[in-house]
Write a new protein. Structure first.
Length: 292
């Protein structure tokens, strides 16, 4: 167990990572993300683990990026990068883009390609950056009260960094999700193919375990190759290159907001409950300005 993660093995062949920051609705600051990555690495490394469940304590799966974090560059310096993008202290868009390549596109892509089957167990709200936790997983089991929400357009940004929207649903629904900010409920998400199964809230842990049991009985190399085959089919359709383009547009929008508002986002789109503790001058992802 770490500060924000619980790592457990509920049954032979199954590892369960439980995000454990319920007081912040499992908002993701730098420490949270690196601890989660360390748990995924551990599960990938341990030979007796066949299936990995990602779950969350508390009312909500994840409220997304913790935009109340301060001193984020100092925090990131405490961890060994997992990608080549290590220029987060450079000024302007260069530093901001490097940090997001490491923490968001880099980690989410890494988790998508873990050579073991992953299952997300989602309850309550999964907001914007929270999608970067469940969407990289191979399967999703959702409680009947789960809601998938994308609020970045209101903040002047057309989608989160790991832009999987058109691959998780049809293009028109992806546009509706982005342009309206309206939540997608669990059952609608199942009908769209984003979610595999919907169960009552109280049954979510057991439902995820039961699915994991079925997969854990399969030959490990066969499950790995089946996962690789499907992921490769998506990549052959242009998924990765499309995501890179969307990420570049994401950075353009951060720069636009910096030019217009002096912040990397449109402040009018920040939720009122967050504005109360949103520290002006300490906004996330802003590279430090060099003196002189």
């Amino acid at each position: 167990m770490t500060d924000f993660m619980i790592y457990e093995k509920p049954e032979p062949g199954i590892a369960r990572i439980v995000m454990n920051r319920p007081e912040a609705a499992n908002a993701q600051d730098t420490q949270f993300l690196y601890e989660l990555n360390a748990c995924f690495d551990r599960a990938a490394r341990e030979d007796d683990v066949r299936v990995i469940i990602l779950a969350a304590n508390g009312k909500h799966f994840s409220s997304g990026h913790d935009i109340r974090e301060t001193d984020h560059h100092d925090h990131q310096d405490q961890y060994t990068p997992v990608t080549p993008y290590q220029q987060h202290r450079r000024p302007g868009a260069e530093g901001r883009m490097s940090r997001e390549e490491e923490l968001y596109t880099g980690l989410s892509e890494r988790w998508r390609n873990i050579p073991k089957v992953t299952i997300a167990a989602v309850q309550g709200k999964c907001v914007s950056g929270g999608l970067l936790l469940c969407w990289p997983c191979d399967l999703i089991v959702a409680s009947d009260d789960a809601q998938f929400v994308e609020v970045t357009v209101a903040m002047g940004i057309a989608g989160v960094e790991w832009f999987a929207h058109p691959w998780e649903m049809n293009p028109r629904k992806a546009k509706e999700m982005l342009l309206t900010g309206e939540p997608i409920g669990a059952e609608e998400a199942r009908q769209l193919g984003m979610v595999n199964k919907v169960v009552p809230r109280a049954e979510l842990p057991e439902a995820a375990l039961e699915l994991a049991r079925k997969i854990a009985r399969q030959p490990t190399f066969a499950t790995r190759m089946a996962k690789l085959a499907v992921n490769s089919a998506q990549d052959a359709q242009g998924r990765h290159s499309a995501m890179q383009t969307a990420f570049a547009l994401h950075q353009l929008q951060h720069s636009h907001c910096m030019e217009v508002y002096g912040l990397p986002v449109d402040p009018s789109g920040i939720h009122g409950s967050v504005k109360n503790s949103y520290a002006e001058g300490e906004e996330p992802f802003r590279a430090p300005v060099k003196a002189g």
